[in-house]
Design a binder for this molecule. Structure first.
Ligand code: TXA
Ligand code: MG
Length: 327
């Protein structure tokens, strides 16, 4: 564990990356685990550590906007515009990959994803490395992304050379990914930057909605406004309880009492619908804690598709076996 308050500690972590090693570090979204973005061997090692499918490309993390020209060619004009407006920050741009960037970073394709994280320790680390750092969320493939150093250690202990401890991350879910090589441009993953803010620059921006990502799981998401979602969750919970199933609920504060009244369900608070930022911050920790809850079915409240609600729904969908939408 690297304590960044110790003078020279972050430089030492950067030296590990420079000589081909693997370091986990905080960003403003979630913890990342990174290697030298120009070393194919180091990036391949990173795939191995995470157990990541070879087809899933990795994001290059930059310390400054100007680094874009070292990793993308030709840089789309709109990429500069978006970078100037949102970097450093939770926006990832998919752009044409420069020949100098190893193909493995882009999973063999012609594109590369890039972002400049808004976290002082990430910027210090990448700046000290002196070139782009290929980094991915610091979890084993398919697991919730870590938002504190202890969770990184639980996931990757013994597999990485160092973990820079920056406390809890601010946003709690990952960056928004926009593919600028598609026409029209498309959001591949909603995240820290709300899609509405991007439409000011990209009026024809499309959004890809993910299908349920964990078919063999036990999570069912019910998306919509508080009242109809609460009613649908209660209806489903009653039916499941009557059939002798053990039921847990991921609840918003607005509906928590309704579930307590049911009796016999384990309820966990996701947060308040009036505070989407707070909900985003706690989402992955709640999903992690949920692993310890004994239940046959977990009914999770999803949200209306606006602002950060889009990103929260997306993460719940990826963890879910079924998605239900109510008006
Ligand atoms: O906030 C974040 O983006 C965090 C922090 C650590 O920076 N990183 C992160 O990385 O979430 P990861 O590897 O867990 O997720 C990256 C996503 C994957 O879904 C991957 O398929 C997509 O980005 N991706 C990466 N390169 C791509 C490319 N060239 N084209 C399309 N999608 C890409
Ligand atoms: Mg990830």
């Amino acid at each position: 564990m690297v304590n960044p308050a110790v003078p020279g500690a972050v430089r030492k972590a950067a030296a590990i990356i420079r000589r081909g090693g693997v370091v986990a570090f905080p960003t403003e979204t979630v913890y990342g685990v990174g290697v030298d973005g120009f070393s194919a061997a180091a990036v391949e090692r990173l795939f191995g550590i995470k157990g990541r499918p070879a087809a899933k490309a990795i994001i290059l993390h930059l310390a400054a906007l100007q680094w874009l020209q070292a990793v993308s060619r030709p840089v789309p004009e709109v990429a500069w515009t978006l970078a100037r407006s949102f970097w450093p920050g939770p926006l990832t741009l998919v752009v044409p990959r420069a020949p100098a960037v190893p193909a493995v970073v882009g999973a063999g394709g012609q594109t590369v994803a890039v972002r400049c994280p808004a976290h002082p320790l990430a910027l210090e680390l990448i700046g000290a490395v002196g070139r782009a750092v290929a980094a991915t969320s610091a979890n084993r493939s398919g697991r919730p992304s870590p938002v504190e150093a202890s969770q990184v250690v639980a996931e990757l202990d013994g597999l990485v050379e160092a973990v820079v401890d920056g406390g809890r991350t601010g946003i709690g879910l990952e960056s928004t990914i926009v593919d600028l090589t598609a026409s029209p441009p498309v959001v591949l993953r909603p995240g820290g930057v709300p899609v509405e803010q991007l439409r000011a620059f990209l009026p024809d921006l499309q959004v890809r909605r993910v299908p349920p990502g964990t078919p063999d799981g036990r999570l069912v998401v019910v998306e919509g406004e508080a009242e109809p979602v609460g009613a649908e969750v209660v209806r489903r919970a009653r039916a499941l309880l009557a059939a002798g199933r053990r039921v847990a609920v991921l609840a918003t504060a607005e509906n928590l009492e309704r579930y307590d009244e049911l009796g016999g369900v384990t309820a966990r608070l996701l947060g308040s619908r009036g505070d989407l930022e707070g909900m985003a911050r706690s989402l992955f920790t709640v999903l992690r804690d949920l692993e310890q809850v004994e239940a046959d079915v977990v009914l999770a409240e999803g949200l209306p598709e606006a602002g950060l609600g889009l990103a929260i729904n997306d993460r719940l969908r990826r963890a879910a076996r079924e998605v239900v939408q109510v008006p």
